[in-house]
Design a protein around this ligand. Sequence first.
Ligand SMILES: NC(=O)c1ccc[n+]([C@@H]2O[C@H](COP(=O)([O-])OP(=O)(O)OC[C@H]3O[C@@H](n4cnc5c(N)ncnc54)[C@H](O)[C@@H]3O)[C@@H](O)[C@H]2O)c1
Length: 448
Amino acid sequence: MNRRKFIVKSSTALTATVLTTGSLSSASLIGSQKKQRVALVGTGVRGSSMYGRDMLKNYGDYVELVGLCDINPGRLKVASEYIGANCPIFTNLDELIKKQKPETLIVTTTDAAHHEVIIKGLESGCNIITEKPLTIDEVKAQAILDAERKSGKRVIVTFNYRYPPYRAQIKQLLMEGIVGDIQAVEFNYYLSHDHLVQYMQRWHGITHKGGSLWVHKSTHHFDMVNWYINSEPEQVFAYASLERFGKKGPYRGKNCRNCEHTATCPYYWDINKDERLKKLYADNEHHDGYIRDNCVFREDIDIYDKHAAMVKYANGVQLSYVLTGSSDKEGYYMAFDGTKGRLEVRVGGHPSKDYNELIFIPEPKYTDRKEEIIRADHKPGSHWGGDPIMMDKLFKHPEAPDPLGQQAGVRDGVMSILIGIAARKSIKSGMPINIKDLTDLVPKAVRS
Ligand SMILES: NC(=O)c1ccc[n+]([C@@H]2O[C@H](COP(=O)([O-])OP(=O)(O)OC[C@H]3O[C@@H](n4cnc5c(N)ncnc54)[C@H](O)[C@@H]3O)[C@@H](O)[C@H]2O)c1
């Protein structure tokens, strides 16, 4: 068997082993194990779909949904119908916890509210499964760390970016030492322009609501790097600017639906043409003033649309990172430089394929391995087949082995947001920011 075939085969075999082990153990548990009592907090589009409807449909044998909570009573009711939930609904979390006694809270609120829900859940004896980002600033991050330590309960952060099988294959190749000791990483992430626009339309455009894209979006990317190189960040220096949106725009209106510029604005969008979004958001904005189709040129947008950062890791690795959104390409370019060569990954753009090609370029003085293209297949299911694997681990076989360390805990959640938080501070001060000055966590050279 040649080397390339071995690599592809061995990683497939590993995934198969994990999946098989998981389904065998879970099959033997059905009927003998109590269902996990979970409550969902935050019933917007993410909560009601992935952790509402899909979870009930695919994991109903393992999970009992005992309560739904949202501060917007209208959205809560619409979401409950959409989910097909047969459980009580609450606009007050204390009441839900008291009456329904969930074992686990799933947190899918807006980012700025995550810490309140997580801390209340931990203090009430619940385990937490939270969407990324863990939270939006270092003070809230420290409060979550303290609450978890005190509670003896566990916070899991759902970094679904770690689970696509082709990314697991990259992790495995790096663990096998394909590039030797990693010395530097390049990571350029391209949001499609439409995707960037959606952020500008929503609460994500305001730093105190979403932490800016440095936190809301880049938490995924920084976590991926932390996980791949198995180290923690030590120092960050960054630049960013807002070039197209907010105050930079030529005109502005109240929101898209009521705007006098609909005929000329390239970003005009009618939310009422999307039945699901209309019912969840537009029909319920009178309850709390949550507007889903804000003007992308509104004055209070204070996030950036162009980002660049340098990160020095505790193991000496240097990351250079870019986040932009100026074309219709959604994807990324990533490369790992090591003592034995370089591994390059290019994802997205046109045309889309059902696999990725990983390119290995050797340094012949230090390895016998030849230049090669390694095929990394996608699997069925959203996010290239990653979401079903993550959901299985969360709900179907939580005790299954995790050989690649894909499930993320609170420390991973904090370390990934601290890079973005440090980037924000670096932009304001013009200085490099030390991660150890932000919370009581001291960066480790080796994560695990
Ligand atoms: N992993 C991913 O790829 C991914 C994708 C999309 C969204 N997300 C995350 O999921 C979360 C939800 O995203 P969304 O797009 O559904 O947002 P959303 O704004 O549509 O929904 C959030 C809901 O939380 C409710 N809420 C706010 N504060 C609350 C509180 N204190 N208690 C209860 N409910 C509260 C709001 O009323 C709203 O209904 C966000 O944290 C987001 O970052 C992750």
